[in-house]
Write a protein that binds this ligand. Structure first.
Ligand SMILES: C[S@@+](CC[C@H](N)C(=O)[O-])C[C@H]1O[C@@H](n2cnc3c(N)ncnc32)[C@H](O)[C@@H]1O
Length: 263
């Protein structure tokens, strides 16, 4: 599918769910937001760029520690909702909002001390281009911190895990394994300083409905989990079990990577 079409899908998908993302507890909270601070050790004079800011939770977390954050996203509705949330509800004034594409950053070389991108890179059709662009706009010594879904290293298992995510969110392009992330950072001219993997638990129905999905998609996802081979179940850890995944209490985990590299 051409990149333009993929981006239209994202635009369509996220235009409808901006409120759900600002209110989403799994985006608003989490140890990953603490990692953003403890790993990068922000300084008062820093200027940061938060790429694909969504509900703005990463931008909001970093803002109190630094001078200024530019929060970008390609979905105008998302930007509007995040701006109202951060400026009017949270009264945080050092975050600016701008519409921009992660793969084509409208900023000069060497502009930022930190570039962050949380739970969004799996949407980018050319993720290497995003890493290159982030590296370009970083000052020498600046940091890129990416958090995203991570895939297992086994390719066959990885494909099924990725397919499950894509069925729930058609704007999910693809996630990467830890090895693939290391390679993208290296090619982008960044030296990886730290990598952390996290396990995130999700209430299955809430996770599906947050994307405005139909009951048919919910059923298809349940079937997919029920029919999944053991290696995939070992990754997702369905609760109470794969067979009982149609229970309203169904939960599962997905895995995230936080990777930080220096220019
Ligand atoms: C799950 S949300 C991001 C969550 C957010 N970063 C947080 O910390 O809560 C995904 C966002 O990525 C944005 N997005 C997807 N592809 C993009 C691209 N190529 N450039 C900019 N934003 C993009 C979508 O519009 C959406 O707002």
């Amino acid at each position: 599918m051409p990149d333009k079409k993929i981006k239209q899908k994202i635009y369509k998908q996220y235009s409808k769910v901006s409120d759900a993302y600002v209110r989403s507890q799994s985006h608003a909270k989490g140890i990953d937001l603490e990692h953003l601070i403890t790993m990068t050790k922000p300084e008062k004079e820093w200027i940061a760029l938060d790429v694909a800011t969504g509900g703005g939770h990463a931008a909001l977390s970093i803002a109190p520690y630094i001078k200024n954050v530019i929060a970008i996203d390609m979905t105008p509705n998302m930007l509007r909702t995040a701006k109202t949330f951060i400026r009017e509800e949270k009264k945080v004034l050092n975050v600016e909002f701008q519409r921009a594409d992660a793969e084509d950053l409208p900023f000069n070389d060497h502009s930022f001390d930190l570039v962050s991108c949380r739970i969004a890179a799996h949407h980018f059709p050319n993720c290497q281009k995003f890493v290159r662009e982030s590296s370009r706009v970083l000052k020498k010594g600046g940091l890129l911190l990416v958090q995203d879904h991570v895939l297992p290293e086994d390719e066959a298992v990885a494909q099924q895990v990725d397919q499950f995510e894509r069925l729930r969110d058609p704007s999910h392009y693809r996630a990467y394994s830890e090895k693939e992330w290391h390679m993208m950072f290296k090619v982008g001219g960044l030296k990886v300083e730290k990598t952390v993997q996290l396990v995130k638990q999700h209430e299955f129905v809430d996770w599906v409905k947050r994307m405005n999905n139909t009951d048919e998609t919910l059923c298809n996802l349940v079937q997919m989990m029920k029919n999944a081979p053991n290696a995939v179940l070992d990754w997702f850890k369905p609760f109470p079990s794969a067979k009982e995944f149609d229970s309203p209490q169904a939960r599962f985990v997905n895995h995230h990577i936080i990777i930080m590299g220096r220019k």
